[in-house]
Write a protein that binds this ligand. Structure first.
Ligand code: PLP
Length: 382
């Protein structure tokens, strides 16, 4: 158990709660959750499902109409024709990640993952006894990566390659030319499966377009797609996610689901179906609000002494380089919290996050401005 890590966002949540209990006011810029309510037609579908008696177990992979809705959604937004039998509904984005890593991780195996990246990749890889191979994402490349460097990390022991675009914590986006090159290289390594975490695929800015790894036919039989409702439909607490699995793997993933969750909450599945099949303008409204906040926070961050922030192209995070302050990321995280702003140290996302902080801009423009005012005041005392 000592090799299992954590997601420090949950620890910061506790620290914030403790400070608030003492009467301190904190501007929340640490949370990776939309601050919007789930759109009403989705909530209503959940209510109706409860009233209609969706109270029992469902098949482990999920209700068939929900999986059919996911298949149609994947065809529309990930440009890939999908068999509902290869879809598994899970409680949130995380189970697809955990199952994929459990499937391939074992002592002697190597798994390549983005660093800085979502902390659970590294944690779960180490838990299985596999070797965690960090793929550095650099600020100078807008937090995309170099496909040649990524491919050079693959050895004969590599079992799984994890990609996340748009990315947490950097907001970086991997574009089609890089993906094309990566896929051409992966074609030479048929023993490597790919986990493509595309949970932020509907949150893109500046005209960026999402390209899914699932849309590449040559590797389709070894891509596991991770997506879900949490970020797109402001549904983090409903615990709704889905995976699209290769035919050869879905049986194993289903067995992991039976051994852990049995199935996903039945009424939540019905709400999830309403989200996918209903109007999508709610997604666009939230995206437009995030876009305004993104521009605001980047402008403000770039005015803070010692900070330098590239413009993120996706998700809802800004990841400024803070090395100019002379403080280590953890020290800065603690200092800002004392001064009423919660954010996350870049090292919460792996060793390569040293010298950075993650600010979530899933908060109102007013709160973002107040947060930035506090950061400035604390780093540039009058
Ligand atoms: N993948 C990435 C990149 C994330 O940032 C998150 C959540 O922050 C997840 C997966 C997990 O999402 P969920 O809350 O639906 O489990």
């Amino acid at each position: 158990m000592s090799s299992l890590g954590t997601e420090s966002a949950f620890e910061v949540v506790n620290k914030v709660k403790a400070l608030e209990a003492q009467g301190k006011h904190i501007v929340h810029l640490h949370i990776g959750a939309p601050d919007f309510r789930t759109p009403e037609h989705i909530v209503e579908a959940g209510r109706k499902a409860l009233a209609d008696g969706y109270h029992g177990y469902t098949p482990a992979k999920g209700l068939l109409p929900v999986r059919e809705a996911v298949a149609a959604y994947v065809e529309r937004f990930h440009k890939s024709k999908t068999d509902p039998d290869q879809v598994m509904i899970v409680p949130g984005g995380k189970p697809t990640m955990f199952y994929a890593i459990l499937l391939f991780g074992e002592p002697g195996a190597e798994i390549i993952y983005p660093n800085p990246g979502f902390p659970i990749y590294e944690s779960a890889i180490r838990f299985t006894g596999a070797t965690a191979g960090p793929l550095p994402l650099s600020e100078s490349k807008g937090f995309s990566f170099d496909p040649d460097e990524a491919l050079s990390k693959i050895t004969r022991n590599t079992r799984l390659f994890i990609l996340n675009t748009p990315a947490n914590p950097t907001g970086g986006v991997v574009r089609k030319p890089e993906l094309d090159k990566l896929v051409r290289g992966l074609e030479q390594h048929p023993q490597v499966a790919i986990l493509s975490d595309e949970i932020y695929s509907r949150l893109l800015y500046d005209g960026e377009e999402h390209v899914s790894l699932l849309s590449y036919e040559s590797i389709r039989d070894r891509v596991i797609l991770l997506d879900g409702w949490s970020k797109t439909y402001a549904m983090t607490g409903w615990r709704m996610g889905f995976g699209v699995w290769p035919k050869s793997l879905i049986v194993h993933a289903e067995r992991l689901q039976i051994n852990s969750n049995s199935c996903t909450n039945a009424a939540a599945q019905m709400a999830g179906m309403a989200a996918l099949t209903g109007p999508q303008d709610c997604v666009e409204r939230m995206r437009t609000a995030f876009d305004r906040r993104r521009q605001l926070i980047v402008r403000e961050l770039n005015q803070i002494p010692g900070f330098r922030c590239t413009t993120p192209k996706g998700a809802f995070y800004a990841f400024p380089n803070t090395s100019g302050t002379g403080l280590r990321s953890k020290e800065l995280e603690a200092l800002l919290l004392q001064n009423g702003v919660s954010c996350l140290s870049g090292t919460s996302f792996g060793a390569n996050g040293e010298g950075f902080l993650r600010f979530s801009y899933a908060n109102s423009e007013e709160n973002i401005l107040e947060g930035m005012r506090r950061v400035k005041a604390c780093l540039q005392p009058a």
